[in-house]
Unconditional design. Structure first.
Length: 629
């Protein structure tokens, strides 16, 4: 998706980071937060929306309920209990997780609430067996400073994670309960303006702040980012579930282009004098028995239904692409897919979709559509078609307004797809099974004493105290190896820069060369450094030793022997150096001490990782100076 050139679009992006906490239990029971490989037990449930205390029903809940899906839940006693099954009331909120969330809030400079009130947030997409998620605000306000850009913190919230999706089909969804109830801390930031790259930098900075507390989990699936994107004060679009930091700028860029395209559609509709799209529907199930469309024939033959929606004045607007890959027709197809229908056909692309020109004319005649009207065709099971028709009509009616407020999901390619309408204020109500928890002065004092060193100061100290580049020190910090690194520098007689490189650079390189991840663990890397420290291997040989051991399955010491990389003693080094100095007498006479560099390369090539470069350099310099005097 290319960036719209010269656009002054007033882009605003709010970031919400959901990070799993590293704790010994789940938030509302004593089950451990672990992933179960075996899930032997199963039960099924259908969730329904409930009224809020004000009598309203959340529109997102109504949308999910209209899909008509049932939910199957798979679980293991090692990771779940009756609390996750919603067959037992929640246990008291975990003190450990609450203290962790308070520490995060203090680290961000938030103002802590006086008393924690757990709320229920209606969620009936199947990801929570109870039909709601428990959540509680811990802190409000605060700030981070990202390269001179100050970004405000709106809130710090403690909540339970959702069930893990296993898969779904047309009528049901399957979930694992091992992740349900795991504690999350959610940090919501004030919107930032302008460049999508800034959003990525802000998320990276916030992730480092969270890791500095030592209270968050690491690994795939432990952190998710949600975005709230708008242009020029328009409707806010919520984008859920960006798991990779490097996708954030791409998702923002796509969403910006998508929203600008929808605004362009609205502008063209207004030029046509269309302020409101008028729609009507017609059942064509029996009207097209000999249709040229294989899809329609199959669906109707299977007992399905065919419905046409006529949108007045919308001819040409469904297939128009103001920006590459962004079309109103695609938007409508996403709404149909979210309603469990495979997609739609529309008159701007009938011939591409297997409907001949003659049949298109017949459909216009049957529906009474004019030349300037657009026609949508929906086919599939009757219940799904009947459920999708009002959703599509509602979406068409929003077209003259530009960008509708909705919730979308991020894709792995960096685009977004429609999920459901934005939730309303009716989705929250108090949790009656958990008492309020006062934030005592003792608890506050303990949290204040635990606020960690600023991560930037920590990186600077690592770099300065161990003569590392800032880039290398930052890699050590991001890998959460700073404490291990400092322990190794105290224990081993190896330069800190070599230790750092072996911990973060060498594994990345060897992984690209096919060395298994399990062969590059911290204990194995530490053992390779130990061999250097005790003189059994040269530091230059570490990558070769690790690669051979990792791909052959032998021990590191066996790899040294197999490769013939036993460390050469100083006498052997002197022997090689003297031989090469004698061989290069002409070069030495011509260049003097400047001959050191080319001769150093020859010596190291001869010794092939058997000698420490620093020792070789010292011996070679001594030999050169001896010959020149």
């Amino acid at each position: 998706m290319s960036k719209p050139s010269g656009s002054r679009d007033g882009l605003l992006v709010g970031l919400e980071v959901h990070q799993q906490l590293s704790c010994s239990t789940k938030l509302f029971c004593s089950c451990p937060p672990l992933k179960s490989e075996e899930l032997p037990y199963r039960f099924e449930r259908r969730l329904r929306p409930a009224q809020s205390e004000t009598g309203g029903v959340d529109p997102a809940a109504i949308f999910e309920y209209s899909k008509g899906k049932s939910n199957s839940y798979y679980w293991s006693p090692e990771s779940s209990c009756l609390v996750e099954a919603d067959e037992e009331p929640p246990h008291p909120l975990s003190e450990e997780e609450l203290d962790s969330a308070i520490l995060v809030a203090k680290t961000l400079g938030s103002n802590l609430v006086d008393e924690v009130h757990v709320m229920r947030k209606i969620v009936i997409d199947g990801s929570n067996t109870a039909g709601f998620q428990r959540t509680t605000v811990v802190g409000l306000g605060g700030q981070i400073n990202v390269g001179g850009t100050k970004v405000g913190v709106q809130s710090v919230t403690l909540e339970e994670d959702a069930a893990r999706i296993l898969g779904e089909d047309g009528g049901s969804r399957r979930f694992a309960l091992d992740r349900l109830g795991v504690a999350l801390v959610e940090v919501a930031l004030e919107p930032v303006k302008g460049d999508p790259e800034v959003v990525g930098r802000v998320a990276l900075y916030l992730g480092r702040v969270l890791r500095s507390t030592g209270r968050v989990a690491r690994g795939l699936g432990t952190i998710r980012q949600d975005l709230n994107v708008s242009l020029d004060g328009g409707a806010v679009v919520e984008v859920k579930g960006v798991q990779k930091l490097n996708l954030l700028p791409r998702v923002v860029e796509y969403e910006r282009a998508r929203q600008m395209a929808l605004s362009a559609v609205a502008s063209r509709l207004r030029e046509r004098g269309i302020r409101k799209v008028r729609c009507r529907r017609m059942d064509l199930t029996k009207a097209m028995p000999g249709t040229s469309s294989k899809l329609i024939r199959q669906k109707v033959a299977a007992g399905g239904k065919l419905v046409a929606i006529v949108a007045t004045g919308m001819h040409g607007m469904l297939g128009w692409e103001p920006f590459p890959g962004v079309r109103l027709g695609k938007e409508l197809a996403e709404v149909a897919r979210a309603g469990s229908l495979g997609g739609i056909m529309h008159s701007d692309e009938f011939e591409k979709q297997g409907i001949t020109r003659e049949e298109g004319s017949k459909i216009r005649e049957l529906t009474g559509a004019g030349d300037q009207d657009a026609i949508l065709l929906l086919t599939g099971p009757q219940s799904l078609v009947d459920g999708c028709v009002p959703k599509l009509i509602a979406r068409l009616e929003l077209a003259p307004l530009g960008v509708p407020a909705e919730t979308r999901a991020a894709t792995e390619s960096g685009e977004t797809r429609y999920m459901r309408p934005r939730p309303g204020s009716q989705r929250m109500y108090p949790e009656t099974d958990i008492p309020n928890i006062p934030i005592t002065s003792v608890r506050l004092e303990a949290a204040s004493k635990s606020v960690p060193e600023n991560w930037e100061a920590r990186v600077s100290r690592l770099a300065e105290s161990h003569s590392l580049s800032r880039d290398l020190a930052l890699k050590i910090y991001d890998a959460e190896l700073d404490e291990d690194f400092e322990e190794l520098t105290k224990r081993l007689k190896v330069e800190p820069s070599i230790i750092a490189s072996v911990l973060v650079d060498v594994p990345a390189r060897l992984s690209r060369e096919g060395v298994p991840e399990e062969a590059l663990t911290l204990p194995i890397l530490s053992d390779a450094l130990r061999l250097v420290s005790v003189g059994k291997a040269a530091k230059e040989a570490i990558p070769d030793i690790l690669k051979f051991a990792g791909t052959s399955g032998v021990s590191l010491e066996a790899a040294v022997m197999s490769l013939g990389l036993e460390t050469a003693g100083e006498s052997r080094i002197r022997e090689v150096v003297e031989s090469l100095v004698e061989k290069n007498r002409g070069l030495l006479a011509e260049k003097g001490e400047s001959a050191f560099s080319p001769m150093m390369g020859e010596v190291m090539k001869e010794l092939r990782g058997k000698a420490d470069g620093a020792v070789v350099a010292r011996v070679l310099r001594d030999a050169i100076r001896s010959r020149l005097t």
